[in-house]
Design a protein around this ligand. Sequence first.
Ligand code: ADP
Ligand code: MG
Length: 240
Amino acid sequence: MIEIDNVRKSFDSFEVLKGVSMAVEKGEVVSVIGGSGSGKSTMLMCINGLEPINAGKITVDGTEVHAKGTDLNKLRRNIGIVFQQWNAFPHLTVLENTTLALRKVLGKSKAEADEIAKKQLNHVGLGDKLKVYPGKLSGGQQQRMAIARALAMEPKYMLFDEVTSALDPQLVGEVLDTMRLLAKEGMTMIVVTHEMGFAREVSNRVAFFKDGLIHEIGSPSQLFESPERPETAAFLQSVL
Ligand code: ADP
Ligand code: MG
């Protein structure tokens, strides 16, 4: 499980996370909603140790992420992360892009890496695009490739950071469907999203971020239908 305990994080003198606490249990899907600049992406970066923290503690399966001596490469193999945009290597095919980390990071043979990558590309519905170059894919297909690439490392956790935000509206659904499938298969996921429908249908819990704090966290029905905090209600009114 992922435990975030009273985490504070500043960039220079600007405090972006002001005491964030939340725990994500195995198999849970937690959606994170909130306005731009509220600290959502920063929290994800802190979870896999891409950013240091100033106070508090994050543990992943009991390993303290920011402790001295933590093997961050090992930790990150357990945490797949997909961003709004991933610049695939344009001169490599979909299959080659998906096998790259398997070969270079995990040291798998070409045959083994190909097998794993094909399985995950099939999983996200790109089984017929193995030899295609990324430039020929739609934005939705590119994001599904990014998901396959992360899944190929067999992570225990997946972090999604607004993975549909840069997509044309008609391409959003196919990416959300892929994430829905992962959720159904029991993947533990933290999903930063503007897709309120997805957050409502797929999440076990939803966390509302504002100004570096989780103002409210609860079941989708609690958060969307009877938010306790006026800040949550105001945010939902602005986006729904
Ligand atoms: P969100 O993902 O909720 O939009 P972010 O976590 O990206 O918010 O950013 C929170 C705040 O931290 C913003 O004010 C942003 O400008 C600032 N910030 C994010 N990353 C950096 C950085 N590397 N250096 C300085 N400020 C940053
Ligand atoms: Mg962000």
